[in-house]
Structures are given as structure tokens and as C-alpha cells.
Design a protein around this ligand. Structure first.
Ligand code: GLN
Length: 309
């Protein structure tokens, strides 16, 4: 069954919206505190270029951890699978996204996967370029292509706010540097990482990126292969196993859609071979996922039988 009208989507949004009161807006990055806790919006992007939306999809938000999927794609394109996975593992952790615990206990000491902060920092370090500016602009170009929106940029205020307060991420970097997984200056890497997390878009842009992943890296409109098929598949697999942090198992059972969340409240979904989903709801649960956003994804999956399992 397909979603046929915006009314159908609006009914699901109305039902999920009650759950916004159960969550809390992220405040450890001070600039994120200003988000409206009650917002909830969704866009579904179809491969023929048509889309459905409900809620205020003009609201923009920052990618935060959703950017980890895109930096992974770029690092794999830059360095190849062998190089990347010698340095970052492929297994879920069961720990919070910013945990340092398993870095110390896994031998050899390397992050367990690219979707936790430690792994994402190691992956961002791998992006090629002669300066932070050049590396960031390569990432931004990829995002602009995936969204077919050349006006996408980053939110300077959010980037600076995270840069000034990211002591835990800095400590992950120093740990990785001690173990030879990061070689550059930590402040430079933090500059690049906080910028990648602050790339700003709306639900529709996010749904379009999801749609490209649904079609294994191929832009369904231009037919251009923006990300090589095998790399898009790796990214999608990580979305299933680690995309919703330490709630990924439950999400796979209840929703069954490859997805990636971020602490701004965004969720990107890629329904294989069908369409992309972009959701925004800044009220988060204690694991850092959008409470109402996850509920909405579940309702959507149940209504249209979207689970891949
Ligand atoms: N920028 C955030 C951080 O590193 C991203 C985390 C997230 O979205 N889970 O803390």
C-alpha cells in the first residue's frame, strides 16, 4: 500500500504529536535548546520526484549524527573499505552514542562502528583535502548533490556552540590520537566535525537524501550514481544495526526501516526500493532519539507495511 495523500500523513502526525510531551530538547549543545519541543513534521520523497508532507516542513534543523552516514560514504569513497574498516569496526555497541567505555576495553583499541561519536570522529579524520575548509566543502558538495539543493549550508551558531562545549568529543579524539587512529590536530578535527553536524536542511531535503539511499546511491531523478552501490549498501546496513544508537534493535523490530537519527530531532529513513523519509521532532528520549519522530515512523511502517523484515 502506498501513501496517497497528505491527509493520510497528517492523521499519523496528529496521533504521534502527543508524544512530543514525553521528550526533552537536547541542551548539551546550548544552541539546540531553542528548538520548539512541540514541532513534528515529515516528508516522504518518491523516486518520481513527487512528495507528500505534513507538519511545517519549512522548519530547518541541523543534521547532527545523521551526518555520520554521509561522512562514512565520503570516507569510503576516498579511502576504500579496507582502509576504513581497519580503523573502525562494524559492530553495534549497545552503549550511548557518546560513550568512551568500549574504546578502552576493546582490543585492539578502535571504535566499534562509525555511527557512535568515537567512530564518526575517526571517519571524519579520513576525509581527504588540504584544509578543514576543503574537506568540509567536499562534504557539503555531496550533501548539495544528494538533496539537489545547492543552497544548503551550515548553521554557524550551532557549530560554534558545539565547538565551544564539546569536551567529551575532544576527549574521544585524544584517546583515538593516543592510539594512532587520529593524526591531525584535535582542534582542527573538532572544527570539521562540528561543522558537519551543523549542516542545515529541512525534512524534504532529508527525505530526498533518504530516497537516494533507498535506490542504492542512485539519484532517482537524474539517474546519476552519486554514491557507489556497494558503499550505499554499507551505509544502509549501519543505519539498520546502529542508526538509532542503542535503540537500533528495538527500532528494527518495531519499524524495520534503515534510519539514522540526530540529537536535533531529525530522522532520515530509506525504505529500500520505495522512497525516502525525513522526520523532524526535537523532543528526544533519554537515548537521544526523537520520541514523536520514532512513533511516527512506527505508525507509518505499520500502515503501509514498510518493514523490510
Ligand atoms: N554533534 C553531536 C555530538 O557529537 C551529534 C550527536 C548526535 O546527534 N547523537 O554530540
Amino acid at each position: 500500500m502506498q501513501c496517497r495523500s497528505e491527509n493520510e500523513l497528517q492523521i499519523l502526525v496528529d496521533e504521534a504529536k502527543h508524544f512530543t510531551s514525553k521528550g526533552k530538547v537536547a541542551d548539551y549543545i546550548p544552541a539546540l535548546k531553542r528548538a520548539n519541543r512541540n514541532s513534528l513534521s515529515i516528508a516522504i520523497y518518491n523516486p518520481d520526484g513527487n512528495y507528500f508532507s505534513a507538519g511545517d516542513i519549512s522548519e530547518s534543523f541541523t543534521l547532527q549524527s545523521i551526518s555520520k552516514v554521509l561522512t562514512l560514504a565520503l570516507a569510503l569513497m576516498d579511502r576504500g573499505e579496507e582502509y576504513v574498516f581497519e580503523r573502525v569496526g562494524q559492530e553495534p555497541t549497545g552503549d550511548p552514542f557518546n560513550s568512551i567505555a568500549k574504546l578502552e576495553t576493546s582490543i585492539p583499541s578502535r571504535p566499534l562502528n562509525p555511527m557512535i561519536n568515537a567512530g564518526a570522529l575517526a571517519v571524519t579524520h579520513m576525509i581527504k583535502g588540504n584544509s578543514v575548509e576543503e574537506r568540509f566543502s567536499r562534504l557539503l558538495t555531496l550533501v548539495q548533490k544528494l538533496t539537489a539543493n545547492s543552497s544548503i549550508g551550515y548553521n554557524k551558531e550551532v557549530a560554534e556552540s558545539e565547538f565551544e562545549t564539546a569536551d567529551l568529543n575532544r576527549s574521544l579524539c585524544y584517546f583515538l590520537k593516543q592510539h594512532g587512529l587520529i593524526k591531525e590536530d584535535v582542534e582542527e578535527l573538532m572544527d570539521l566535525y562540528t561543522k558537519q553536524c551543523s549542516i542545515e536542511l529541512n525534512c524534504l531535503d532529508l527525505a530526498r537524501i533518504g530516497c537516494v539511499f533507498s535506490f542504492d546511491g542512485k539519484d532517482p531523478i537524474s539517474k546519476e550514481q552519486l554514491i557507489p552501490t556497494h558503499i550505499a549498501r554499507i551505509c544502509k546496513t549501519f543505519m539498520v544495526t546502529c542508526g538509532m544508537y542503542n535503540a537500533s534493535g528495538e527500532f528494527a523490530i518495531k519499524v524495520g526501516i534503515p534510519a539514522k537519527s540526530g540529537v536535533s530531532g531529525g530522522i532520515m529513513g530509506a525504505v529500500p526500493g520505495r522512497f525516502g523519509i525525513g522526520v523532524f521532532g526535537p523532543a528526544l528520549d533519554d537515548k537521544g532519539n526523537s520520541v514523536a519522530g520514532m512513533k511516527l515512523m512506527r505508525l507509518l511502517s505499520e500502515k503501509y507495511s514498510l518493514s523490510m523484515f
